[in-house]
Design a protein around this ligand. Structure first.
Ligand code: F6R
Length: 611
């Protein structure tokens, strides 16, 4: 979704902003632009990639020590030059960038049209900007005050950053619901949607809270709430290295992130899981262990891939903890009127920690007395901060739009939580607990073994790349893995794919099966193995092409399959962390074979900060 970058200080603003916009490209966007103040207010914007904006600006006057930049993911108005940000106010003196949605923009626009304002774009952003300017002029007040007044009348989510030709030494920014990080340098400040454009310059950052407004000069940061009271900026140290957001020799971030998984799962287990001592240490879980053990139910709330992690966790928690678990799409949960009882535990799962639907869903649940536990990757993100407790997944920055390493880290964290709670509650035996601790500990090495299959999977990708539809089937713990495999294929290769519980196939999807339909079976050894193999026979009988994910030593299943991918054997509870890897690689290599931009698939955004 939209990315914002801004700079004020002694450096040339344009190169800092341009590099920052490139770092934010992974979020997904369709146009970009910059506004630079140097006596004149110069605004340049263009549909397409940041590189096209850069090309357009060759030879232009970009000298400035204050500027704002934006990558836009269209919401109001199609992606074109006109609708790209920054927008300029009616007087031509203010420029603004915005991430979020102003829900009451239509009414505000009507009011402004009646007052004689005209609009150059179709965006809600231009409406908000002129609304601010109108307040400033009518009240003859400073911009800061006009912003404050305007924001009190806004419904929706926003991060806005403004520059004012009359005050070239000040940036004004405010946030509600969308992410904003301020980097503090030596007599300079950097603003961005996440830390990736900032990390190269400073590790000291302030995460701006909802309903806060900042007045920023090169050497001063004043933080206020919308009631105009000064707030003390809370400075956090970034725990991230520049290398983590670069490709490190891989062709794509997605491939790098798939290959990082032995390490990221290890990072996630480190300091928590002690296989020798048989202990799991998770302070965020211990703090609320009683409440979780005694909860009548746990509700997993998430979107997309994180929702799939929630589904796997449902099976695991019910098995190990004997607690009723529901898994909810955040976008549905937030708008229903769900029954939430005091003491219900909500586990919010999110890579970015900024997904708008998940964020609002847990805000609502919290206000009704639920305990919120965040399983989040991005440290300091909104979901992490609003949660009562939680556990970070420690997968490091995930830049590829399709989630890969964050998913396996989510599974690792959720499995540890379930094991810890199940053991303390007494719903699993000591032996089973120790066995699963050891199984979990062995996962990073087994993932490394699966990755050795990459070349084989690349060849399969060549064979199946021209398919137009694909089915993914699995049962039990592997049903959500089938859903995740299908989602990866859709996102990266634009091939229509569906995941189903293998048995459910007979209730409809089997009608699709013919000799042109590839069907991916997750057929590793677990309690359902024989039943899955029977389902495979049903597909073969109808001439479907079967690709089977199987375990080492399975000699029978390959006789039914057209192609097999072999993964090491593991307990069914931890197996999804292995079984999803070939599916990630298959989607990746098909996307590459079809020449698609696998790191930035069309229409997708990494961090979905609008509902
Ligand atoms: C799929 C994908 C999305 C996200 C979803 C939730 O590859 O990346 O489906 O999983 O948008 O995002 P987070 O986890 O950031 O809340």
């Amino acid at each position: 979704m939209c990315g914002i970058v801004a700079y004020i200080g002694p450096r040339e603003a344009y190169p800092v902003i341009l590099k920052g916009l490139k770092r934010l490209e992974y979020r997904g966007y369709d146009s970009s632009g910059v506004a630079l103040l140097n006596g004149d207010l110069n605004v340049y914007k263009k549909k397409g990639k940041v590189a096209e904006l850069e090309e357009m600006l060759v030879g232009k006057d970009v000298h400035s020590h204050i500027g704002i930049g934006h990558t836009r993911w269209a919401t109001h108005g199609e992606p074109n030059d006109r609708n790209a940000h920054p927008h300029i106010s009616g007087s031509g003196k203010l420029a603004m960038i915005h991430n979020g949605i102003i829900e009451n923009y239509a009414q505000l626009k009507q009011d402004l049209l009646r007052k004689g304002y005209t609009f150059k774009s179709d965006t809600d952003t231009e409406v908000l900007l002129n609304f601010i300017e109108d307040i400033k002029e009518n009240n003859n007040c400073p911009l800061e005050e006009a912003v404050r007044i305007a924001l009190k009348r806004i419904v929706g989510a926003y991060v806005i950053v403004l520059i004012d030709q009359e005050h070239p030494d000040t940036l004004i920014t405010a946030r509600k619901g969308s992410p904003l990080v301020i980097g503090i340098g030596k007599n300079e400040h950097f603003l961005a949607s996440d830390a990736s454009p900032i990390i190269e310059y400073t590790k000291e950052v302030v995460y701006v809270n909802d309903y806060e407004l900042a007045i920023i000069k090169a050497d001063e940061l004043i933080l206020k709430n919308l009631g105009n009271e000064r707030q003390t900026p809370f400075i956090t140290k970034l725990d991230m290295e520049l290398a983590a957001i670069e490709k490190g020799g891989y062709e794509h971030f997605m491939l790098k992130e798939i290959f990082e998984q032995p390490q990221t799962i290890q990072d996630c287990l480190r300091g928590r899981l002690d296989a020798n001592g048989g202990t799991i240490t998770m302070s965020g879980v211990s703090k609320y262990a009683e409440q979780i053990m005694n909860a009548n139910r746990i509700v997993m709330v998430a979107c997309g891939t994180s929702w799939h992690a929630g589904l796997v966790a449902e099976y695991i928690f019910e098995e190990l903890c004997r607690i009723n678990v529901e898994v909810e799409y955040a976008s549905e949960f937030r708008y229903r009127n769900p029954v939430i009882n005091q003491g219900d535990v909500i586990i919010a799962i999110s890579q970015s920690g900024e997904t708008a639907d998940t964020l609002v869903a847990i805000e609502n649940a919290k206000s009704k007395g639920a305990i919120i536990m965040g399983v989040v990757n991005v440290v300091g993100s909104s979901i992490a901060r609003i949660s009562d407790t939680g556990a970070y997944t420690h997968a490091g920055p995930e830049i590829g739009v399709a989630s890969t390493k964050a998913f396996t880290a989510q599974l690792a964290v959720l499995t540890m939580i379930a094991l810890k709670i199940g053991y303390e509650k007494g719903t699993i035996s000591h032996d089973r607990y120790l066995q699963l601790v050891r199984e979990l500990d062995a996962i990073p090495e087994k993932v490394a073994t699966v990755l050795l299959q990459a070349d084989n999977i690349r060849k399969l990708a060549e064979k199946y790349k021209d398919a137009t539809n694909c089915l993914y089937l699995g049962r039990g713990y592997n049903f959500p893995v089938a859903l995740e495999g299908a989602l990866k294929l859709k996102e990266i290769s634009y091939i229509h794919a569906e995941g189903y519980p293998a048995a459910e196939m007979k209730h409809g999807p089997i009608a699709l099966v013919d000799e042109n339909l590839p069907v991916v079976f997750i057929a590793t050894k677990d309690a359902y193995h024989e039943k899955v193999v029977s389902n495979m026979q049903e597909i073969k009988a109808r001439k479907g092409q079967v690709i089977a994910i199987i375990n080492e030593g399975d000699e029978f299943t390959p006789t039914l399959a057209d192609d097999v991918i072999v993964v090491p054997e593991a307990d069914e509870i931890v197996a999804p962390m292995l079984n999803c890897i070939p599916l990630q690689l298959l989607a990746y290599y098909i996307g590459v074979a079809k020449n698609f931009d696998v790191d930035k698939p069309r229409n997708l955004a990494k961090s979905v900060t609008v509902e």
